[in-house]
Design a protein around this ligand. Structure first.
Ligand SMILES: Cc1cc2nc3c(=O)[nH]c(=O)nc-3n(C[C@H](O)[C@H](O)[C@H](O)COP(=O)(O)OP(=O)(O)OC[C@H]3O[C@@H](n4cnc5c(N)ncnc54)[C@H](O)[C@@H]3O)c2cc1C
Length: 422
């Protein structure tokens, strides 16, 4: 019997790959293997609804055991692959830490990313936590009843989401960010400023431009965070969210090209032309139509994991499909529901549509006359209009989009009406 496909990593991208393959009629064995001791589950709610107790553990699960059984997908938990022997034709054997061998005819890497660790005095104290997986989240949730003062280090999405959740749960939260603005990597200045104002007004103490000197102990556990200016912010719990590092070690060990992720082509094929790599661990050609030649990106989003897994499934079925599409993302931060369509990198002007009374705030990003992205806060209609227009190559003329009372959908024009950007 053939060994079929081995997918290492049983989270968003691995699950999407396995389910896409079965939907396409792939009839070889599929093993979906991960090192966590949980059924495959979704991460986004760990910093939001699940942390706040609004949803159950069960609702995090991707699929029921019945689904895996019915679709003949073998889900393996708690097995960490530490070494791979791969032949030139793409088949081989993966060896796990427990000493079990998993043969494969074809290999998929869906190994994701891990939190970047702080290298500071005090980081190993009990009560200094990270948030990437269910075990991290379970520990965080278990500690919350016993803590009052929380310091979150890092003003990216996960830091802000967790800060907003913990604040909503009645904790005193200070968020410390090294950059001069929040989420600087993913949103523009106006969105950062809006988030800052909103979260400060809601009661989260946010310190920007702040370096962390060390984590201070209180007895044998965490007691505070000392900032670069010598101020010590009291903390019974410190949550660190300073970004992630793609897990490329296995790929490197089998000589796949890596550079901020496993380098793949438009069809999610790695440099050996046969192994696929999908999700947070993959570095791929920018899929946005019209992106600069040779531009590459690594996304950390559910949307990317799903879309890239679809083309990888086609590649495994022997059909070359190119991943092209408009990236999108969401982040729920207390009362803020942020949705992002497109990539704002390279914009040269912005337009803000605001309805302060209803808490709506959208920033539209333009390059020349062409809309390239939007950050939409509590404004699903703007988000959907921009995402749809970008997907169809339609225009939302700058001069027509400024009136927030006029729906964007009504000013969207077809590609034929587009005036080329300079
Ligand atoms: C708290 C949190 C909130 C988020 N919120 C959002 C959101 O609101 N919107 C959004 O779009 N995205 C969000 N994300 C990001 C999203 O969850 C990730 O982009 C997505 O999980 C990536 O999926 P992945 O399968 O590529 O990688 P991962 O989810 O990182 O999964 C990789 C899996 O592989 C396993 N693994 C790694 N190495 C090995 C090995 N050697 N052997 C066996 N198994 C291995 C890992 O343990 C892990 O289970 C959030 C992430 C987190 C952590």
């Amino acid at each position: 019997m053939s060994d079929g496909l081995l997918i290492i990593g049983s989270s968003q991208a691995g699950v999407a790959l396995a389910t896409s393959l079965r939907a396409l009629g792939y009839d070889e064995p599929v093993t979906l293997l991960g090192d966590e001791n949980h059924r495959p589950y979704q991460r986004p709610a760990l910093s939001k609804e699940w942390l706040q107790g609004e949803i159950t553990n069960e609702s995090l699960m991707f699929r029921t055991q019945d689904y895996w059984d019915e679709h003949d997908i073998q889900v393996v938990r708690n097995e960490r692959i530490v070494r791979i022997d791969k032949r030139d034709n793409g088949s081989g054997v993966a060896h796990s830490m427990s000493g079990t061998d998993f043969g494969f005819d074809r290999l998929a890497l869906a190994v994701g990313a891990r939190p970047r660790r702080l290298l500071l005095e005090g980081v190993d104290l009990p009560g200094v936590l990270y948030l990437r997986n269910a075990d991290d989240a379970l520990e965080l949730k278990a500690r919350v009843p016993d803590v009052q003062d929380v310091v979150v280090i890092g003003g990216g999405f996960i830091g802000i989401e967790a800060a907003a959740s913990l604040h909503k749960m009645g904790r005193t939260v200070t968020l410390v960010e090294a950059a001069p603005r929040l989420v600087a990597r993913a949103v523009g200045e106006q969105t950062s400023a809006y988030l800052l104002e909103h979260h400060r007004a809601s009661g989260i103490d946010i310190v920007l431009d702040a370096s962390v000197r060390r984590i201070v102990a209180n007895g044998d556990r965490v007691g505070g965070v000392e900032l670069g200016d010598g101020r010590v912010v009291p903390a019974d719990l410190v949550l660190v969210g300073v970004g992630v590092i793609p897990n490329t070690e296995l790929a490197e060990s089998i000589s796949l090209e890596c550079d901020n992720g496993v380098r793949v082509d438009e069809s999610a094929l790695a440099s050996d032309g046969v192994t696929v790599a999908v999700g947070d661990c993959a570095n791929l050609p920018n899929p946005v139509p019209g992106a600069p030649e040779g531009d590459r990106v690594r996304f950390e989003s559910v949307n990317n994991a799903i879309e890239q897994a679809k083309v990888a499934a086609y590649a495994i079925m022997g059909r070359r499909e190119e991943y092209a599409g408009i990236p999108w993302f969401w982040s729920n931060q207390g009362a803020i529901k942020l949705q992002i369509a497109g990539l704002s990198t390279g914009h040269d002007r912005t337009l803000v549509r605001e309805d302060p009374e209803r808490g709506k705030h959208s920033v539209l990003y333009y390059r020349g006359d062409r809309i390239i992205a939007a950050d939409c806060i509590n404004h699903p209609l703007d988000f959907m209009a921009v995402r749809s227009a970008l997907g169809k190559g339609q225009a939302i003329p700058f001069d027509a989009a400024g009136d927030p009372t006029v729906p964007l959908k009504s000013v969207t024009t077809d590609p034929a009406d587009l005036v080329p950007a300079d």
